[in-house]
Ligand binder design. Structure first.
Ligand code: E4P
Length: 216
């Protein structure tokens, strides 16, 4: 499973990149707003900076929701850098835009996916990635990880090439369960990635080794 970081924060991206396990970045309008990125020029420059920091795909989300506007915006975003993947919402016009951009060999990430039916449509349209929102599904008393398993099963028997990008990750267990359920990629905030490192027995064991190393 590939590891993406789900943030527009440059320090978090740098820290994850330095760990040596980072395969890409996802952003969304809420994450960009959190970093106080405002105006088209600033937004586009921020995406360029992120692309220069990491080697993998960087998802940049369209801000419009009509066919023509999303096409124009998608083409503009894709022109920023070859690593840009255009993130498109799972709506009727979004589906058409995914098909259009796919025909132009521009990678897309279909976002706001909450059901297997939506995942099938996005795959049929030629999305490079679909993003099921695990945490938000769990918040609504459904099972986000179960959805990942269901979509993976469907994609495997139908030979869909679209990759499953587990999103809306809230904790390290979501990452582990996403891997177990067959997600191709997991996009997580830095704290959930770093939490995977932690185990009290590692800390206790290391303290003992350090103490005993002084006897050598
Ligand atoms: C990423 O692609 C999604 O936009 C993001 O993971 C959503 O996460 P949230 O539900 O924590 O806002």
């Amino acid at each position: 499973m590939k590891f993406f970081i789900d943030t527009a924060n440059l320090n978090h991206i740098k820290e994850a990149h330095e760990l040596g396990i980072l395969d890409g970045v996802t952003t969304n309008p809420s994450l960009m707003a959190k970093e106080n990125i405002k105006g088209k020029e600033h937004i586009n420059q921020h995406y360029k900076t992120i692309c220069e920091l990491v080697q993998g795909d960087v998802s940049a989300e369209v801000l419009n929701t009509t066919y023509k506007e999303m096409i124009d915006e998608g083409l503009e975003l894709a022109a920023i850098h070859p690593q840009i993947v255009v993130k498109i919402p799972m709506i009727k016009d979004g589906l058409k835009v995914i098909k259009y951009l796919n025909n132009k060999n521009i990678k897309t990430n279909c976002t706001l996916v909450f059901s297997a039916g939506q995942a099938i449509l996005a795959a049929k349209a030629g999305a490079s990635y679909i993003s099921p929102f695990i945490g938000r599904i769990d918040d609504s008393n459904w099972d986000g990880i179960q959805l990942i398993s269901q979509i993976r099963h469907i994609f495997d028997i139908q030979n869909y090439e679209t990759e499953i990008l587990a999103a809306s990750i809230r904790n390290p267990l979501h990452i582990i369960k996403s891997a177990e359920a067959g997600a191709h990629i997991c996009t997580s905030p830095l704290d959930s990635i770093l939490a995977l490192l932690k185990h009290p027995l590692t800390d206790i064991g290391l303290a003992k080794f350090i103490e005993d190393s002084k006897k050598l």
